[in-house]
Design a protein around this ligand. Structure first.
Ligand SMILES: Nc1ncnc2c1ncn2[C@@H]1O[C@H](COP(=O)(O)OP(=O)(O)O)[C@@H](O)[C@H]1O
Ligand SMILES: [Mg+2]
Length: 463
């Protein structure tokens, strides 16, 4: 029996992946929020400041008047202080007719197009190592009886505006990071909620006993339906295979054992009736071969049966003392034939156990079969049933050839001792015993006897 889901290689964790995806996405959103807010804040404040700058350049234009000996400019101070109100901004202006500077700063960047006289033209340019936002309009003035076009340019640094946009964007990032912090528990919770149906399904499947081969009908999330469908397909196939194995084991037992013993009987009868020595020899060889093959067929079938039943383990209460007595009765004729005496101790009081009686019976038969097989004729076998340390121990001690030195772990499949070449055997007997013990959570031990022979002990837990 293998423990369910023992050593599956665990791949990526879905839960961790979900949380990471959620967090990375949130982080991207925070970065996007920063740039969006910064862009929007910059645009909004530029538009409002452009309006102020436009109004200012118009009011500067309005302050130009033609007087007798030329032009007079009334610089509107209120306008200038309004422009500087946003922060420590620097302000530049110039009045020019054509390419001739009338007054103001020299070399201010020219407008990209000729400005009209009502709506100002706006542009940005570098001047004296500062980034300026500029506005310009054209004023028409009658000068020396001629219409002169005066271009008024007003420029302003925008340090304050940039700082405000930066601050706004920074607050947006802090808010975003706050949300991110909130998002962590939310992501964990969401991931758990997504995984929970999977866990529930796994628990439902794990809870089943080994005999429960009904299809899985627990509520399943839609995405897992294909998986559960495949699982149910597997279960159905397993059920089919088990049924096949069961049929095979029980049918084969029936159809191989019976004809073999029939053939053997016939051969033995023929042997008794024949006096021709050559034929008798041949018949004797035949009887021996049939005996060997019936023995190994039996063991192979027993082994298959034990494997099948340990997988479908169905435990029930039974009395080990009574079972042992009945197995002893079954092997008695064989022992008698070889003049072997079997002494049993401890079978007079019941020894209630919990397990698969059929399997234990097969194990006992194999232990006794070995003890008889490897005993000399007229030998003695001592069987003891006793309880100690919460276990029932059944020891079978013979006075036969014993174990050869250097033979270790004789319970392996098809493993036989190095001193038993002259005795027929398949090497499956102790494998069966070991598997029966393991299926019952017990143990089996084979060691040399105190003087000679071997001592086999089967230990099973008491209920
Ligand atoms: N009572 C015993 N006395 C001596 N050797 C034994 C005894 N029981 C088991 N063995 C050794 O253990 C080996 C494995 O036993 P088993 O699996 O029953 O195979 P088989 O009996 O078919 O050889 C035997 O071949 C034998 O060498
Ligand atoms: Mg054997």
């Amino acid at each position: 029996m293998t423990p369910a889901g023992a050593a599956l290689p665990a791949g990526i964790s879905l839960r961790r992946r979900l949380v990471w995806q959620f967090l990375v996405l949130s982080l991207l959103l925070v970065v996007a929020l920063f740039f969006t807010v910064r862009f929007a804040a910059e645009r909004a404040s530029r538009a409002s400041q452009d309006a102020v700058l436009g109004a200012a350049v118009i009011s500067v234009g309005d302050g130009i008047r033609a007087v007798d000996d030329g032009l007079e400019l009334d610089l509107p101070h209120a306008t200038f202080s309004m422009l500087g109100a946003m922060g420590q901004e620097r302000i530049f202006y110039s009045l020019a007719i054509g390419s001739r500077l009338v007054t103001g700063y020299e070399g201010l960047p020219p407008p990209p197009e000729v400005p009209g006289d009502l709506s100002p033209v706006f542009w940005s340019a570098d001047y004296r190592a500062s980034r300026l936002r500029l506005a310009a309009i054209t004023r028409r003035v009658l000068l020396d009886n001629r219409m002169a076009e005066i271009v008024v340019v007003l420029g302003q640094t925008r340090y304050g505006q940039a700082a405000i946009a930066r601050d706004t964007a920074r607050s947006a990032v802090w808010i975003g990071l706050g949300f991110l912090l909130l998002a962590v528990p939310v992501a964990l919770f969401a991931a758990r909620a997504v995984i929970r149906p999977v866990d529930r399904l796994a628990a439902a499947v794990t809870r089943r006993g080994p005999q429960d081969l009904r299809p899985v009908r627990d509520p399943t999330p839609r995405e897992l339906v294909p998986l559960v469908g495949a699982l149910n397909g597997f279960i159905a196939r397993l059920r089919g295979a088990l049924q096949l194995a069961e049929t095979f084991i029980f049918e084969a037992a029936h159809r191989i054992r019976t004809p073999l013993s029939l053939v053997r009987n016939e051969a033995e009868m023929a042997l008794a009736e024949t006096s021709d020595e050559a034929t008798r020899q041949r018949l004797r060889r035949m009887v021996r071969a049939i005996g060997e093959s019936s023995r190994s067929a039996n063991q192979i079938l027993d082994h298959a049966m034990v494997l099948y039943r340990s997988d479908q383990f169905a435990a029930a209460p039974f009395d080990l003392a009574a079972l042992t007595a009945s197995v002893l009765r079954a092997v008695a004729p064989l022992a008698e034939m070889r003049d072997i005496e079997i002494a049993a101790q401890g079978l007079d009081r019941p020894c209630p156990l919990h397990g698969d009686e059929r399997m234990i019976e097969v194990a006992l038969r194999n232990i006794l079969d070995n003890a008889l097989k490897y005993s000399a004729s007229e030998g003695r076998i001592t069987l003891r049933l006793y309880q100690a340390d919460g276990m029932a121990h059944l020891s079978v001690q013979d006075a036969g050839r014993g174990l050869a030195k250097g033979d270790s772990d004789l319970t392996g499949r098809f493993r036989r001792g190095s001193n038993v070449g002259d005795v027929v055997g398949s090497g499956l007997g102790l494998t069966i015993v070991r598997e029966v013990a393991a299926a019952h959570g017990g143990s089996f031990d084979l060691r040399p006897g105190p003087e000679k022979g071997a001592c086999a002990t089967l230990s099973l837990a008491l209920p």
